[in-house]
Design a protein around this ligand. Structure first.
Ligand code: CTP
Ligand code: MG
Length: 234
């Protein structure tokens, strides 16, 4: 494996978590006595290769100031935007203000993905260290994948060998990612992750196979599953 590069981390945490239907944004729900967001931050803050971290938060977020890590000097803040891509872009602008250079690696990781294993993070960094573009953690589909028709019936079955689920972190160079996000947002395309912006810009991000349990808490059953899994850890 290649030696690992230094990197910056961006954590978009300005979503409302509508699909979770909870009384607060999902990143502030508890898991093992702390919030999802605190666990997610921990995945990065104690990594020796980390140069700095920017957290994108909703402008009137009343929950962040109540956390024990709210005044941690290693955590810089940026304003969240209307879509995830807007939040990430704001964080990249902040990184530049902090002195990051265009060729530096940035790892973008969902706040709602607290179960990232250090081994996955290190594999991503090691595998992509010398890559000109970058890439993302991803998992090959274990199920057969159906393309739905407008009537809710199966239109056709896709070739499972070619289907990967895109996870985070996603790792790209600061300058290239910023440009890709700006262009993608300006074009009005749906940009649901950093890789899709890079793809629109003509780049081919690499898929790095990761663990399936690096799940994004999206629906209530995801958190139920994580709480069971973490009972052994906490
Ligand atoms: N996010 C963000 N800014 C937005 C929207 C999302 O920073 N305008 C963040 C979320 O906080 C989350 C990550 O992007 O950490 C992934 O988004 P998603 O899972 O879709 O979270 P939510 O948008 O909060 O959830 P939902 O789509 O169910 O409302
Ligand atoms: Mg969302």
């Amino acid at each position: 494996m290649n030696s690992q590069p230094h990197f910056w981390a961006v954590i978009p945490a300005a979503g409302v978590g509508a699909r979770m239907r909870a009384d607060r944004p999902k990143q502030y729900l508890p898991l093992g006595g702390r919030t999802l967001l605190e666990h997610t931050l921990d995945c990065f803050l104690d990594h020796p290769g980390l140069r700095g971290l920017v957290l994108a938060l909703g402008r009137d977020d009343p929950y962040w100031p109540t956390l024990a890590c709210a005044d941690d000097p290693r955590i810089q803040r940026a304003d969240g935007g209307a879509e995830r891509a807007d939040s990430v872009l704001n964080a990249l602008v902040k990184l530049e203000a902090l002195g990051a250079s265009v060729d530096d690696w940035v790892l973008v990781h969902d706040a709602a993905r607290p179960n990232l294993a250090r081994s996955d993070l290190d594999r991503l960094l090691g595998e992509l260290a010398d890559d000109p573009v970058g890439g993302l953690l991803a998992v090959p589909s274990r199920d057969t994948v159906k393309l739905a028709g407008v009537d809710g019936k199966v239109a056709r079955t896709l070739d499972r060998q070619l289907i990967w689920l895109a996870f985070t972190p996603q790792m790209f160079r600061l300058g290239a990612l910023r440009q890709a996000l700006e262009q993608g947002l300006a074009s009005g395309a749906a940009i649901t992750d950093e890789a899709s912006a890079m793809e629109l810009a003509g780049a081919a991000p690499r898929l790095i196979e990761g663990r399936a349990d690096n799940l994004k808490v999206t629906r209530p059953e995801d958190l139920e599953w994580l709480r069971l899994a973490w009972k052994q850890k906490c």
